[in-house]
Design a protein around this ligand. Structure first.
Ligand SMILES: *[C@@H]1O[C@H](CO)[C@@H](O)[C@H](O)[C@H]1NC(C)=O
Ligand SMILES: *[C@@H]1O[C@H](CO)[C@@H](O)[C@H](O)[C@H]1NC(C)=O
Ligand SMILES: *[C@@H]1O[C@H](CO)[C@@H](O)[C@H](O)[C@H]1NC(C)=O
Length: 391
């Protein structure tokens, strides 16, 4: 397992560095002062045994392209081709897969499932710097779509707002585990557009999840033949969404986040867009509900992977095994019993809160197949999910 080997190396390197630091009685703030030491250690061990100086961006890129070949050595690429036919760095054409959803709909989990595929580069929340807003059109729509396209082409020029925001909110990159490994080794390159461009281009699979862009605008991505993206709309019961959002510090007070009528107007608009996209792009657009995914994650992930043209690799199975069967970790953890997580709202909301949401979400719930709670007695055990059709 090349990735494990790599992480092992990282651990050993870190331990060694900390040892050096403690011997020198230096403070533990290792970045960026000792990044040179990091790079040299890695360079010594991992690539060339050449003791000169800090690895250049080119060195890092070269070494990582070898690493990706190893990481994907057992991956059955479509049409018996190889990583070179899919990486932009070798004039290949990446498989680009996007999850469109909204806050608290299970996308952290699904995004990480996609990222479990070897050779995946994960563009996590490209619109993070816009704040707690939904983008539905002007004034931000055009620029937002443009920036998404730039990222999908590994073009990091003119993304200063995004990169500046990320430096003070590093979770923009930490979810992109393969990039973040590099950021820890070479912090001086982490936010450098040139490095990012070359690094991103090495990866055959480019995934993205977006909670701030409504589906109507995502059509511009599907329309782009060169990008050839696949788009998945991830939908969740508004009662589950709003219950979960109540407990987030950043949500209350932001109307796009805490208002039931706004959420459900978006769900109606997403439904209308979904009907259209399903007709126009039957092989590149799909919908899934969080509740369906959670009740049978293995079956649905396999189906989604067929749609995404990804192989259900053993690393994906291992991720599902460890993330769908137990409750542990904090509130944002994706480690949980996936069968009960989507329905937790039934015990956390009282009946009048549920009714309030249902009054504001009548049409959205009908369209997406969510059933109202008849009365307070059945609230805690009724099945809130029924069938829906997109036509
Ligand atoms: C595999 O080849 C077929 C036929 O040439 C093509 O339609 C399909 O898009 C290819 N798949 C990928 C992932 O490139
Ligand atoms: C339901 O919960 C809300 C918010 O926590 C609270 O203000 C309200 O009083 C509760 N209603 C009942 C009937 O318990
Ligand atoms: C609650 O609704 C269920 C299903 O419609 C019904 O069977 C039950 O009698 C109702 N309970 C009360 C207390 O109204």
């Amino acid at each position: 397992m090349p990735r494990l080997k790599f992480l092992g190396l990282l651990t050993v390197t870190t331990a060694f560095l900390l040892l050096l630091l403690s011997l020198n009685q230096r403070p533990i703030s290792v970045y960026p002062k000792n990044s040179q030491l990091y790079s040299n250690l890695i360079k010594d061990d991992y690539v060339t045994r050449n003791y000169n100086y800090v690895s250049s961006i080119n060195d890092v890129i070269k070494q990582h392209s070898i690493y990706i070949e190893q990481e994907t050595a057992d991956y059955p690429f479509p049409n018996s081709s190889d990583v070179k036919s899919f990486a932009l760095a070798t004039e290949g054409r990446p498989l680009r897969n996007i999850i469109i959803t909204t806050w608290r709909s299970g996308s952290t989990f699904l995004g990480d499932v996609l990222n479990a595929v070897p050779g995946n580069f994960y563009h996590y929340e490209p619109l993070l710097n816009y704040g707690i807003v939904q983008i539905r059109g002007p004034p931000y729509g055009d620029l937002a779509v443009k920036n998404i396209k730039r990222l999908l082409n590994c073009d990091y020029t003119n993304l200063n707002d995004y990169l500046d925001y990320g430096q003070s909110h590093v979770y923009l990159f930490t979810h992109n585990t393969r990039l973040w490994d590099m950021c820890e080794l070479y912090p001086m390159y982490c936010w450098d557009p040139t490095f990012l461009k070359e690094f991103c281009k090495l990866f055959p699979f480019q995934s993205m999840k977006i909670v701030r862009l409504r589906l109507r605008l995502a059509e511009q991505l599907l329309r782009d033949k060169f990008l050839n993206v696949r788009v998945l709309l991830l939908v969740r019961d508004p009662r589950g969404i709003l219950q979960s959002r109540k407990h987030r510090r950043w949500c209350p007070g932001n109307p796009d986040c805490d208002q039931a009528n706004i959420l459900c107007a978006d769900m109606i608009s997403d439904y209308k867009a979904a009907v259209k996209l399903k007709k126009r792009y039957p092989s590149r657009f799909r919908v899934i509900r969080y509740e369906d995914l959670s009740v049978d994650p293995y079956k649905h992930v396999q189906e989604l992977f067929d749609f995404f043209q990804l192989y259900f690799h053993s690393s994906v199975k291992a991720f599902l095994d460890s993330h769908t069967k137990l409750n542990s970790g904090g509130v944002s953890s994706t480690f949980r019993d996936s069968k009960s997580a989507p329905f937790h709202w039934r015990t956390d909301l009282n009946f009048s809160e549920v009714q309030y949401i249902e009054e504001n979400c009548d049409q959205a719930m009908k369209l997406w197949g969510y059933v109202k709670a008849f009365n307070e007695t059945i609230l805690k055990e009724f099945n809130p999910v029924t069938l829906y059709t997109i036509n």
